[in-house]
Write a protein that binds this ligand. Structure first.
Ligand code: GLC
Length: 542
């Protein structure tokens, strides 16, 4: 077992974590200040979303210089101090590599767009004609460039031009950038949007799927044949032979193809698939107003398929990140008690097989933001989804319903540390408003309450990190067709754990016999009954 299999990873969105400078955005010194807090959660690594120099069109995922620290977040000296202070606590720092695209302010792009024959002319995807592809954030995926008199491709925002991975010089420049961070002693990489790096050999129009006359780019370019050749080279040049881990974001890789992507014959250690988090969208295309209802059995199947497909490799367990709405509002029915629901999801997070990824605030049971107008949202994809809903004929009120449910800003509101002004996040004006529930839900209050979500996470983390069965035991799902309960076991030799979660808001009978010989280890209700109460989650040991 590797170190990153034995502990959890804590994901930080630095902009919203802790501001020590009073300018309203979080910074690296804020992360250093809270290292003991992160250690108390049992985390062995911190994944930082991008902290590189960036115009912040997509909050740092538009990078202008891969080997710099954005002054908003601090200096390279702060970063080095973070690495060493974290190391002193046995925590590694994991960087986010955004290699599908750069910012349009990156020196490479400035050069590339200046003419058709400069040394970097072929570093991005340039064409004389455009196709009808819709970018992931909405609108055409092509932007006209006056200077060069050509279109460039952007899978995401206009300010995020796609790099041309077919060019070996581009690939080498990216490997050099990643190795810059390897030399500084990082513990691994989260690799952004990797499924889009290889473009199809022919650029053709796709099937129009909305009233805007466009076709989702995701269906056209995700996981294009031959992508693994690039990724094998990436692995060899950057990851091989180092004590680091890699986890790649891979919307569109199916569980049946996982063995080519992860494990001994794969290219990464872990893959963030999307099957369980975007189960409400068909084909992985997140058009919010087209979300569908789904059954619990389908959600459980998504998780079980991934668990089964990674029996020989490893899986990153997650319900939240900076792109998803808060999990308590997403995976439990309306009317569920949110504290019980947060603990129930945590129970699954720490007892499935794989490395648990906790996203800041999840450990406190944070809920979705409550903004009333589209103008209150900062996130670029929220605007794109709203505009598409309006183009499809929805009223402002109807479109806002979906924005409030799915916006990425739901999970980007500042951390709630205490009951003071701005929840202790900043002494200035927070870049995104603090959730108005902060006086009731914050770290200070939850520290003091032995029954808080925070202390439940700590207990779960201790249980998982000290149990070989929970770390590596085999996964088996029971009663997969049951639409009320999620039940699974983890087994190793004659030892076994069982997790049972009631996803309804009513009492449910316990399936006969399954608990024979089992002893309750922990749960979100303190006592025990021979039936399950609303949102009840329990772990049994056999
Ligand atoms: C990934 C990131 C997301 C970003 C996008 C473009 O999906 O997680 O936040 O907007 O890539 O880089």
């Amino acid at each position: 077992m590797n170190w990153w299999q034995k502990k959890s990873v804590y994901q930080i969105y630095p902009k919203s974590f802790l501001d020590t400078a009073g300018n309203g955005t979080g910074d690296l010194r804020g992360v250093i200040k809270k290292l003991d807090y992160i250690k108390s959660l049992g985390a062995g690594a911190i994944w930082l979303t991008p902290i590189y120099d960036s115009p912040q069109v997509d909050n740092g995922y538009d990078i202008a210089d891969y080997t710099s620290i954005d002054p908003r977040f601090g200096t390279m000296a702060d970063f080095d101090e973070l690495i060493s202070e974290a190391k002193a606590r046995d925590i590694k720092i994991v960087m986010d590599l955004v290699f599908n695209h750069t910012s349009d302010r990156h020196a490479w792009f400035k050069e590339s767009k200046s003419s058709r024959n400069n040394p970097k002319a072929d570093w991005y995807i340039w064409r004389d004609e455009k196709t009808n592809w819709r970018s992931i954030f909405g609108g055409s995926a092509w932007e006209w460039c006056e200077e060069r008199q050509q279109y460039y491709l952007h899978t995401f925002a206009t300010a995020q031009p796609d790099l041309n991975w077919a060019n070996p010089e581009v690939r080498q420049a990216l490997y050099d950038a990643a190795n810059f961070w390897n030399k500084r002693g990082v513990g691994g990489f989260r690799i952004d949007a990797i499924v889009y790096i290889k473009k199809p050999s022919e650029f053709k129009d796709g099937i129009v799927d909305s009233d805007d006359g466009l076709s989702s780019i995701h269906n056209i370019i995700a996981a294009t044949d031959g992508i693994l050749d690039y990724l094998r080279e990436f692995k060899e040049k950057v990851f091989d032979g180092r004590d680091i881990f890699t986890v790649a974001e891979a919307n569109g890789v199916k569980p049946e193809n996982l063995s080519e992507w992860v494990g001994d014959n794969g290219v990464f250690d872990m893959l963030f698939e999307f099957s369980h988090v975007n189960i409400m969208f068909s084909n992985g295309v997140e058009i919010w107003h087209r979300s569908n209802l789904y059954k619990l059995s389908e959600w459980k199947k998504a998780l079980s398929d991934s668990q089964n497909a990674t029996r020989e490799s490893w899986y990153p367990i997650y319900f939240e990140n900076h792109d998803r709405p808060r999990s308590v509002n997403t995976f439990f029915p309306a009317g569920s008690d949110k504290i019980l629901a947060a603990k129930a999801l945590a129970t699954i997070l720490f007892t499935l097989r794989g490395t648990p990824f906790i996203y800041q605030g999840e450990e406190l049971g944070f809920e979705n933001a409550k903004f009333n107008s589209i103008d209150d949202y900062d996130d670029i994809s929220t605007r794109g989804n709203y505009d598409l809903a309006r183009a499809d004929g929805l009223s402002d009120k109807q479109a806002m319903k979906f924005v409030q449910k799915f916006s990425r800003d739901n999970a980007r509101t500042p951390m709630q540390w205490d009951t003071s002004k701005n929840a202790g996040f900043t002494s200035g004006k927070a870049w995104l408003p603090v959730h108005d529930d902060f006086t009731a839900c914050n770290v200070e209050i939850q520290e003091k309450n032995p029954d808080s979500v925070l202390n439940f996470y700590r207990k779960l983390s201790k249980l998982r990190n000290s149990s070989d069965v929970l770390i590596s035991g085999e996964y088996e799902e029971l009663y997969p067709e049951n639409e009320e309960l999620y039940i699974f076991t983890r087994k190793s030799g004659d030892k076994k754990f069982m997790t049972i979660v009631n996803f309804t808001t009513h009492e449910v009978e316990m399936p006969a016999q399954i608990l024979k010989g089992g002893k309750k280890v922990m749960g979100n209700y303190s006592d025990e009954k021979n039936y399950l109460r609303a949102t009840e989650a329990t772990i049994y040991e056999f």
